[in-house]
Design a protein around this ligand. Structure first.
Ligand SMILES: Cc1cc2nc3c(=O)[nH]c(=O)nc-3n(C[C@H](O)[C@H](O)[C@H](O)COP(=O)(O)OP(=O)(O)OC[C@H]3O[C@@H](n4cnc5c(N)ncnc54)[C@H](O)[C@@H]3O)c2cc1C
Length: 443
């Protein structure tokens, strides 16, 4: 690693050939070859990096945890702004549970820092995922029905815009920018810190229930009905596991019950019990643990290409169930299908309150195909053909689980009125489209 001292740019940076460059050029879903990777330590350094890129016409990739499903946080020949040095988690106001989190922090760090206070912020399920990318797309996790999306706990952000200004945004300051940041992705600037109001979260009941998959449609139906009457303290996802030739098919419900601080184990048991009666249970493992322990580590499996798509369905009706089961049963490369229940606090936020607009969705269906690492784009496209029938049942998609960013993907993520409003914010804050490596909103 070298400290590049030039008249124009003086900050920690890596160029091809430097020690550590290869690791720094790689993210979860992609390996790039950027001309320059910088690690700013404050907003002024972010502004200097942006100025450097704009002057030289370099494409800009912004990285928090590096888990972009499209590999957007690296690039070829451009500049990467790696926010990993901006990862502080600071309690700003204890009485309000107001927490300031650096734009390059990861959710595992946040959960660990808040645990001693008996607090948590609803985020995702994986410790190494970045606060930046997950929050800007929405952020759906173990507490989604209890506390909504991650953006529903966001009350402010500090943003470095393409022209180098450092703006404080909230419901009162630059409110349209603040609206756009909550679901509009990395389109509008570099967020150097996020202000969240944490929730009281101590222990949760968390685990899995695995079933023999002899009647996938029936299982999905019974799970849907159970979740329709479940308390919103309970969030769960039903996963139809990839079929393995010669092995019995299985499905697993991943669940998390997060009660009020006064909730008892009996409350948790009563909420979870119906999920133990959905079919032939082959294994169940549920334990009470700290919320911070729930976030997992995940590595990209070597030698494979993981291709993920998602759609949000207003109702998990018979047509959707039939398509989900049909997709899972198609012969060919292994496919997992995960159906995540929504509702509760997620659904109480008005659709136009944030740039994530799909608040009426009962569930999110995520399809994942496992292909060989050597697969061509044509093979990926072919493997995705069966997914289209499921996507046609949805009313939109979630950018953070969408492994491509075509115009069609952007249109699915943002309904027309949302897109028009985002484009207006884009024109106001990034008219030159400096932030283009994302589900891009054109100025
Ligand atoms: C293993 C795994 C588990 C996941 N689990 C969940 C989950 O449970 N729930 C969920 O909602 N999502 C989940 N995701 C999806 C995740 O939200 C997205 O991949 C998200 O983009 C990751 O954020 P990141 O900061 O790690 O990624 P990065 O690749 O660093 O960032 C993604 C994009 O966000 C933008 N960006 C990031 N930080 C900033 C910033 N500070 N300022 C401006 N722009 C920024 C950039 O455009 C960047 O390209 C998961 C992904 C993976 C790979």
């Amino acid at each position: 690693m070298s400290l590049q001292e030039t008249t124009e740019l003086a900050l920690e940076s890596l160029r091809p050939g430097d020690d550590g460059y290869d690791d720094a050029a790689r993210v979860f879903f992609a390996t790039g070859e950027p001309a320059l990777i910088v690690r700013p330590r404050d907003p002024d350094e972010v502004a200097a990096a942006l100025d450097h890129a704009v002057r030289r016409g370099l494409a800009v990739a912004v990285r928090s945890g590096g888990h972009s499903p499209v590999g957007h946080s690296t690039n070829d020949g451009g500049l990467v702004i790696d926010l990993g040095r901006l990862d502080a988690v600071e309690v700003v106001d204890h009485a309000r549970r107001l927490v300031r989190v650096g734009g390059g922090a990861r959710w595992g760090q946040v959960a660990a820092a808040l645990d001693p206070h008996g607090w948590g912020i609803t985020s995702g399920d994986t410790a190494a995922v970045g606060v930046g990318g997950l929050t800007l797309g929405g952020g759906v996790g173990w507490l989604v029905r209890r506390h909504g999306l991650a953006i529903d706990s966001l009350v402010g952000a500090r943003v470095v815009t393409a022209d180098g200004r450092v703006l404080v945004t909230s419901a009162d300051e630059h409110p349209e920018l603040f609206w756009a940041l909550r679901g509009g992705g990395g389109n509008f600037g570099v967020v150097v810190s996020f202000d969240f109001v944490a929730r009281p979260v101590t222990t949760v009941h968390h685990g899995t229930v695995t079933y023999a998959l002899d009647d996938a449609a029936g299982l999905l139906r019974r799970w849907r009905d159970a979740m329709r009457t479940a308390p919103e303290e309970l969030s769960s996802t039903l996963v139809l596991a990839p079929r393995v030739p010669g092995a019995a098919a299985t499905a697993t419900v991943l669940l998390c019950y997060a009660g009020d601080p006064g909730a008892t184990a009996a409350d948790a048991d009563a909420a979870i019990e119906p999920l133990l009666e959905l079919g032939t249970v082959t294994e169940a493992s549920i334990r009470e643990c700290r919320y911070a322990e729930v976030l997992e580590d995940a590595q990209h499996p070597p030698g494979v290409r993981l291709v993920g798509r998602n759609t949000l369905v207003p109702a998990l009706d018979e047509d959707v169930i039939a398509e989900v089961v049909g997709l899972h049963e198609i012969p060919g490369p292994p496919r997992a299908v995960a159906v995540r229940s929504l509702g509760g606090a997620f659904a109480r936020v008005p659709a136009d309150a944030t740039a994530f607009a799909h608040r009426d969705a009962e569930a999110m269906v995520v399809g994942m195909v496992v292909l060989s690492g050597a697969s061509t784009d044509a093979e990926v496209a072919e493997a995705l053909v069966p997914w289209r029938a499921v996507a046609a049942r949805g009313t939109g998609s979630y950018v953070n689980f969408q492994g491509s960013a075509t115009l069609e993907d952007v249109a699915a993520a943002y309904p027309p009125a949302t897109y028009a409003r985002l484009a207006e914010v884009k024109r106001a804050y990034d008219p030159g489209n400096v932030f283009a490596l994302n589900h891009n909103v054109r100025p």
